[in-house]
Design a protein around this ligand. Sequence first.
Ligand code: BGC
Length: 466
Amino acid sequence: MEQTYSERHKTKIKRIIYIVALTAALAGLLFGLDVGVISGVLPWLEKDWNTSTKDQEIIVSILLLGAFFGSILAGFVSRKIGRKKTILLSALIFAVGAVLSAMTTNPFAMEVVRFFLGIGVGIASFTAPLYLSESAPQAIRGGLISMYQLMITIGIVLAFVSDTLLSYGGHWRMMLGIIAVPAVLMFIGVLFLPESPRWLFLVKKVDKAKEVLTMLRNDEDEVKEEMAEIKEALENDSPESGWKLLNNPNFRRAVKLGIVLQLFQQFTGINVVMYYAPTIFKDAGFANSHQQMWGTVLVGLINVLATFIAIAFVDRFGRKPILYIGCIVMALSMCCIGYVFHVGVTTSPNMPYFAVACLLLFVVGFACSAGPLVWVVCSEIFPLAGRDAGITISTATNWLCNAVVGATFLTMLNVFGKDYTFWIFMVMNILFFFTVLLFCPETKGKSLEEIEENLMAGKSLRKIGR
Ligand code: BGC
């Protein structure tokens, strides 16, 4: 039987690929740092500036709104000036934004700077995975995209640790400013990265594209084969490509699935935990602020570790079984957290510990399922000609819903009470389960071309992976 391209080149991956990938994935680290840092800063803003609940919600969620616009902007910018310069731009925004946010003196200034930082986060969240997928050898492409998610979780936990250490002296400005250091390092690292070979092809710099591929691949044959593939893919680009493909009802079905999956990923409630973990620990009965901070570090660490479970099992067990288990675990944990608040945390000395155990279980459920897998599935369901547009829409949905959750959580606690707020998230996780059951395809072991063919032939979404 004839071997596929990836089978032929599976065993030989140049070391430089990993260096290139690691540098690009630093964008994920910064994304995580900026998302994670705020939970440790909020209690100090409340002390120093007397910030209201509304201000706190805006400070958290305005970054996400910025990321929403950034992810849409990135689609156009990265096509115009190239992937590398776009990632450089995001590193610059990360660095300048970190310094500015450390210097703000009132909630409004903080909100403006966080919006600006959000644009950087959005640009990075679109461009870095795109750069990775365009530069990586096919055989390890999935792994490199998962590495990006891993970097996000590492960024979040590093921010939690640095927040905790700096909290002893109440140095909240330093918590925000220190992020400039990795941002500058990333900027310098990215300066040395090659441009994406596929983008170079797109703007007709074919010689340069060949030069980059020669650097990243093993031999002349591999380079020639990949050049031919890219050329063919570009020639086959039908007039109905990119955003115009939205006229095609089959493509629209994939777009709707991408939107719904990202919506549910956010409505699991994960970022309630990420942004407000110290607040939740406080409400669960841990009065000491250091206890709250170390508890938050534990949440971040569990988030990183459980992501490895997904990476290890996703290609063995498939996407759907893992998503089912994740949804059940998340729904049960939310149910129990709601219960703790319903009966009252003081009813038994063990209650606070039970609440923390449920919170950690929830994070495990998310990190080994919806966290990485929604991104994986969203990168698999779109046909090549519309992948940019499809991923832009699903990524923007992720940020928008993230902003909605971030902006409403504290208000939800006030309006519905703690118990019912967590029970609402329980219901969302149950709905997520049924959405996966009814609409999500199992894409394990299928080539992207097979999935595309099934989708465009009109097969039901659930069956496009069969
Ligand atoms: C989500 C983020 C979340 C992170 C937590 C990602 O998959 O999109 O919103 O903060 O996981 O690890």
